[in-house]
Design a protein around this ligand. Structure first.
Ligand SMILES: [Zn+2]
Ligand SMILES: [Zn+2]
Length: 177
């Protein structure tokens, strides 16, 4: 079953692509048919993906070869919805045949009308790392903290102070679901 929220986002994104003249009615129909899914919940680097069906090496992929567009489940929560729309837009640009992140792709991507959403990638990444953190690497001098899934075990220095970072367990202060 497709997550209702994904369907809602699709209904918001595709009309914008029509208005921007990025797709014709045939492509609109095909985008509407692409299965929508979720990537794994504990991913922190990948925020969304456009998956293609396997084909011969080097063949040019088209909208007919798209298997799925998937978003990070955390992006579907209300506070990240603006970013989720931009993520789907980005993956749909891949789906209509812009495979690489080249200058043409970046140009098309920049057409998305929500400036805030276009800049949310870093913040969303930080949010995901914070959520999955089990350890805090803390600088004993400047107290800067880095949330991480692993212990640092004395292997890392504070970039500013050049002092070894100290591990502490996130433990009870961390809210898990
Ligand atoms: Zn991409
Ligand atoms: Zn420091």
């Amino acid at each position: 079953m497709t997550d209702e929220r994904l369907v809602k986002i699709r209904k918001l994104v595709i009309p914008v692509m029509r208005i921007l003249n990025l797709i014709n009615s045939e492509e609109e129909e095909k985008l509407n048919e692409i299965p929508l899914g979720l990537i794994r919940k504990n991913a922190t680097r990948m925020h969304a993906v456009c998956r293609f069906k396997p084909g011969p090496k080097g063949y040019s992929k088209s909208i007919n070869d798209v298997k799925e567009v998937a978003l990070h489940p955390e992006a579907l929560n209300d506070e990240w919805l603006h970013y989720a729309k931009f993520l789907m837009f980005h993956e749909y640009l891949h789906a209509i045949g812009n495979i690489r992140h080249d200058s043409v792709f970046r140009e098309l991507e920049s057409l998305w009308p929500d400036e805030n959403a276009k800049k949310s990638g870093k913040e969303f990444g930080r949010f995901l790392r914070n959520k999955s953190a089990r350890w805090l690497w803390t600088c004993p001098k400047c107290n800067k903290q880095h949330p991480r899934t692993r212990k640092s075990n004395g292997r890392y220095l504070c970039r500013k102070c050049k002092v070894t970072l100290v591990d502490s367990s996130v433990g009870q202060t961390h809210h898990t679901r």
